[in-house]
Each structure stands twice: as C-alpha cells, then as structure tokens.
Design a protein around this ligand. Structure first.
Ligand code: ZN
Length: 198
C-alpha cells in the first residue's frame, strides 16, 4: 500500500491527451481560504486516464481539517466522489501500479462510487462559504439589555424596540423567521433582527 503524502508530491500528473494537472486547489470549507496541493495530504493517482484524489486538507488560516475526494477527467473537469473518502483513499493506495498508471475501466465505472457534476460541487462549496461568512459577520454580544418599550408582538412575544448590545444601541429592523442574518446585524430570539443605530 502506498503511504499518504503531500498532494503536491504527486503533481504534475499528465493525461494521455497531453493535458497536465500541475496544481490542485480547493477553498477551505470554513473560511474560504484557497488551499493548494501542498496543504493536502493523501494520494493522487492516474487511474484509466482520470486523476483520482483522496486527501485531507488542513487550512493554514483557520486550522479547519476537511476531506477532499474527487476525480479529474482529461478535460480537467473536477467531479466530486460520493464514496467515503477514507474508503476511496484506501482503494487508491492499494490499487496496484500498472503500466501508465491504468486500471480496468470497470474499476472507475462500478457503482461503488459515483460522481456529481462539478457545478453542483462548486455550488455546495459556495453555499457553505456564504453560510459561514454570514455567521461570522453577524453581531455577537455578551451583555444584552432589552428595551421595555415594545413595538409589537411576534409569535406571542413582545418585540423590544431596541437593544443595548455591550453598551451599543441597536434598533429593531425586521422579523426574519428563517433566521437569515446579514452583516452587522444581530439576531434576537432566533427571529428578530436588529441593526446598529445609524
Ligand atoms: Zn480555513
């Protein structure tokens, strides 16, 4: 079995059509920082003219560790592999090295794993990053004082007209039943949005 190594040690990998993969990068699932092959550890192999990658990436910025499992076709399109990464990693490591790094086509096509279009992969990554960024930019406070003055009621609870968040006054802005909080906004009781007084 091959040991896991820095992914950059496997690059460049060359397809039969002459295309080469010299670099491989992926955004951190937590903070969005672009991570390169040298920040990933695992295995990258040429399997029947596809480059298969199963690795673990570690973000140098936020420390997040996450799995990367994908197959790159000769047109350099990346497809996510829907198979537990550890299993895929094991498969790539035990796969015997053959002439030109090939394996029976059946190995890649077998239902053991399937691939999703890269568009969906990218969309999932973007949604994940947007969610993380929104959560990071929303206002957090230790000391919360609610105004006694209510401007209405929502789901049988009073809506305080304003809040003092760590001493800063925030005015009620809107009701957000889906808890969608924007940058610089504070979420109270999971559904009330407050903004800093302009
Ligand atoms: Zn990160």
């Amino acid at each position: 079995m091959q040991p896991n190594r820095r992914l950059s040690d496997f690059l460049p990998l060359k397809f039969a059509n002459g295309n080469q993969v010299k670099q491989f990068s992926k955004p951190c699932v937590k903070c969005g920082t672009m991570l390169e092959a040298k920040q990933m550890e695992g295995v990258a192999r040429l399997v029947e003219d596809h480059i298969a990658i199963a690795a673990e990436a570690k973000c140098h910025k936020c420390g997040e560790v996450f799995g990367v499992a994908c197959v790159i076709n000769p047109e350099k399109q990346v497809k996510r592999v829907v198979l537990p990464r550890l299993l895929f990693n094991w498969y790539l490591r035990v796969l015997p090295v053959q002439k030109g790094e090939t394996a029976p086509q059946a190995m890649l096509n077998r239902s053991a794993f399937d691939v999703l279009p890269e568009a969906r992969d990218a969309a999932e990554d973007a949604a994940e990053i947007a969610r993380v960024n929104a959560a990071r930019q929303q206002v957090k406070a230790q000391d919360i004082v609610r105004a006694e003055e209510a401007i209405g009621r929502f789901q049988d609870k009073a809506i305080p007209a304003w809040l003092l968040l760590d001493g800063n006054r925030f005015e009620f802005d809107r009701i957000a039943p889906n808890a969608q909080v924007g940058e610089g906004e504070y979420l109270l009781d999971g559904c009330l949005i407050y903004r800093a007084k302009a």
